[in-house]
Design a protein around this ligand. Structure first.
Ligand code: AMP
Ligand code: MG
Length: 351
């Protein structure tokens, strides 16, 4: 299969530019498209064949459910039932936007889309191309991130091509994803909402809307704990990982810099290709042949937006060992660290 790349300017495009993508979706094919979080790999959520193509193209385990993307509230009532008051309030506050919610599913949604669960994860994206694609095709779009399973999520169309060229019908290239990490996931199917995956919409933000809110203990843990399984099936897999070994160094920043410089010296002496993930504020303080800034601590959204780009860049550079500062203390830090800890397979060192 030849994967067509279609460039679209999200700030100024005509409906006709999405016609071919809409036809592909309506006929059960796959289209990767930009959203504000990361690029999604879209197929018709109500067509089990399209769902199975998504799993196959990504190499995704079949028990890891897909998020269904919708364009308006009427779509929500098509795919979900027993919409709780909390779900309604959060939708009003944060949709369209980087929030996914888990509801009871309607029978029309195939179990292959929900990984066999009786719930369905739904998001109304805010990206103009994503919204128009859903609206114009009339298709509720099941879309996981458009990467090969386990790889860092794609934040540019080039990343999608790297992982899925020849395996999907089309990629819509709409430039860089603004947020850069996947949506927050909140389960609103029960009495008290539970955060299953941290993201741009933080616990505080959601808590201001619904009051009481919990976090799934599995996602707060900094080590794999026996007997605790994440409630979002996808959160249990090693994920987001670069090819080299990633090690997070945490502690007081001056100690962190000192410790990373020590590690680098040892590894470079052994002849290993070594890299450092720093910030704009610290990048000049490292002695390593590869030092890359993920963003600025003064603008923490830039760190989230830079995460997957920098992890992929480490692969292009052939880094065998990657030492990174920790980002725990920022508001978005919980979301960034959640991905980083998994990319590092829980390898964290205290300086
Ligand atoms: P991705 O689209 O690649 O970001 O992955 C979707 C995430 O949503 C995975 O972590 C899934 O486990 C999670 N998810 C999707 N549907 C459900 C559901 N019904 N219940 C809990 N988590 C879900
Ligand atoms: Mg993913």
């Amino acid at each position: 299969m030849v994967t067509k790349v279609q460039k679209i300017n999200p700030g100024n495009f005509k409906k006709e530019e999405l016609e071919e993508a809409c036809d592909i979706l309506k006929n059960g094919g796959l289209v990767a498209f930009p959203t504000e979080t990361v690029y999604g790999l879209g197929g018709d959520a109500l067509n089990p064949l399209a769902a199975s193509k998504i799993y196959k193209a990504k190499g995704r385990p079949s028990d890891n459910p897909l998020i269904v993307h919708i364009a308006c509230m009427e779509d929500l009532y098509k795919v979900a039932e027993d919409i709780t008051e909390n779900g309604r309030k959060l939708a009003e506050a944060f949709w369209p936007g980087p929030l996914t919610m888990v509801f009871k599913k309607k029978d029309i949604v195939p179990l292959s889309v929900t990984g066999g669960l009786l719930t369905v994860a739904v998001r109304m994206p805010g990206h103009p191309v994503a919204r128009e694609l859903i609206r114009q095709s009339g298709v509720c779009i099941a879309a996981p991130s458009a990467n090969k399973s386990g790889r860092p999520s794609p934040v540019r169309a080039e990343h999608v091509i790297e992982d899925l060229d020849g395996k999907i019908d089309m990629v819509i290239d709409g430039g860089s994803a603004r947020v850069g990490i996947e949506s927050s996931i909140i389960d609103v199917s029960g009495e008290v909402p539970v955060i299953l995956r941290p993201g741009y919409i933080t616990k505080d933000m959601a808590g201001q809307v619904v009051g009481n809110i919990f976090t799934d203990p599995a996602i707060e843990s900094r080590t794999p704990v026996d007997g605790i399984t994440a409630k979002a099936p996808g959160m249990k897999y090693r994920h987001y990982a670069p090819e080299g070994e990633l090690i997070i160094v945490e502690g007081d920043i001056s100690n962190v810099i000192c410790k990373i410089n020590m590690f680098v010296k040892d590894k470079e002496k052994e002849g290993c290709k070594t890299a450092v993930i720093a910030t704009d504020e610290t990048k000049d303080k490292y002695r390593c042949s590869i030092v890359k800034s993920i963003g600025s601590r003064k603008h923490e959204a830039s760190i989230a937006a830079g995460l997957y780009d920098i992890l992929r860049e480490m692969d292009y550079l052939g880094a065998q060992f990657i030492y990174s500062e920790s980002f725990d203390n920022d508001i978005l830090g919980g979301a960034v660290m959640n991905r980083m800890i998994k990319a590092a397979a829980y390898h964290i060192v205290r300086a």
